[in-house]
Write a protein that binds this ligand. Structure first.
Ligand code: SF4
Ligand code: SF4
Length: 371
């Protein structure tokens, strides 16, 4: 659960931009449902990167913490020297009192001792994707389970924490209990996310009822498991949001994710989120020929920022609007071809907020009676 210090920092960070940077377009895997897909090979020039890093840090100021998220493609393909240069460049700002964090989302297949030591030394947060057991993971992720699981274990044994996103499809839906036990027994924090269609993938998409039932089953397994020591999201983040009256660290339940995130491609193109990089109509600008202020004030960004809980008709009277905030604009776009709709998984959110809210209230009332 979040303590006061973290809540105060979250408040100070309102308005700060978290850049999602793709240093390379390519990936060494080709997972079936990934939105990255096949792209022309391209690596980011350091001059573009320097402009992104300095502009964002100066915009965010010294009170905020600027968090850089390294994504891809497969970001480890950029090589260790690339990240050493990044950290050296960031250190110039740290010396002046700016606060900086880094996180990297990698498939882990290229992880080695040098990367692990570097991530530990420079306090990088590391995230990966693992869809549960070997049988479940290998259905969609290019038979990479053995390599990913071995490297994850090795990284953990050296003291590097790795968080996991587990993608749920119609095929893996009947295995929630197996998925939960796998992560619990291996002591791995994880977030369960439904597979989302994209310009290349539309198979095995869950219905809203299926996703709700999966979340409910996962919540019950985790909530009633007294021996569980792992973080399981979105269950934990929903409880947190209920107790903290709407503070939720997940982008999906933020006021409008564009207030916080911008994605930068190797050629300098700027998009709201890397889920939109296949759609030219969502391009906000290019950092090589625009200033950061011009990007922030661009017409396209203003247009996208107009999607809020107030402008989504269907959410107006929802009793959970304070927690949910209409969900993800990409989930709306992929299913309804407009961002001004509520998230396709609205009904799943509504029912799981209702279910967890009731459980939390029962626990609070029980605790009150014992005081
Ligand atoms: S579009 Fe969706 S996934 Fe992307 S940052 Fe926004 S809420 Fe998150
Ligand atoms: S649960 Fe549905 S109606 Fe309610 S705020 Fe979320 S998306 Fe909107």
């Amino acid at each position: 659960m979040l303590n006061n210090k973290i809540i105060n920092q979250i408040k100070k960070n309102i308005g700060a931009i978290t850049p999602i940077i793709e240093p390379v377009t390519l990936c060494n895997l080709s997972c079936s449902y990934c939105f990255v897909g096949e792209k022309k090979s391209s690596n980011m020039e350091f001059s573009i990167l320097e402009k992104i890093i300095s502009s964002v840090i100066i915009h965010n100021g010294k009170d905020s913490i600027t968090k850089f998220i390294w994504h891809g493609g497969e970001p480890l393909l950029a090589g260790l020297d690339f990240y050493m240069k990044v950290v050296d460049f960031q250190n110039n700002f740290k010396k002046d009192g700016y606060r900086i964090l880094n996180a990297i989302q990698t498939n882990l297949t290229l992880l080695n001792d040098e990367f692990i030591d570097f991530f530990i030394k420079n306090e990088f947060g590391v995230g990966t994707s693992l869809d549960g057991t070997k049988e479940l993971h290998d259905k969609n992720r290019c038979n990479s389970f053995d390599k990913v699981f071995k490297n994850l274990h090795y990284a953990k044994s050296k003291g590097l924490h790795v968080g996991v996103i587990c993608i749920l499809t119609k095929e893996t839906l009947p295995h929630i209990e197996e998925i939960y036990s796998f992560f619990r027994d291996n002591n791995i924090d994880f977030t369960l996310s439904p597979v989302i269609p994209n310009s290349r993938y539309s198979e095995f998409i869950l219905t809203t009822d299926e996703y709700y039932i999966a979340l409910k089953q996962l919540f019950d397994l985790w909530y009633l498991d007294e021996n569980c020591k792992i973080r399981v999201n979105p269950c934990g983040s929903i409880i947190q949001s209920i107790l903290l009256k709407g503070i939720n660290l997940s982008c999906i339940h933020s006021e409008n994710c564009l207030n916080h995130f911008l994605t930068f491609l190797p050629n300098g193109d700027v998009f709201p989120c890397n889920r939109f990089t296949d759609y030219e109509q969502f391009k906000i600008g290019n950092i090589s020929n625009m200033t950061f202020t011009e990007i922030l004030k661009s017409e396209k960004r203003s247009e996208l920022l107009s999607r809020t809980i107030e402008t989504i008709n269907a959410c107006r009277k929802c009793e959970f609007r304070q927690y949910c905030k209409g969900g993800c604009m990409n989930h709306a776009y992929e299913f309804y071809q407009t961002i001004y709709e509520r998230d396709y998984y609205c009904q799943s959110f509504f029912k799981i907020f209702q279910y967890i809210n009731e459980k939390v209230n029962v626990s609070i009332n029980k605790a009150k009676r014992q005081i």
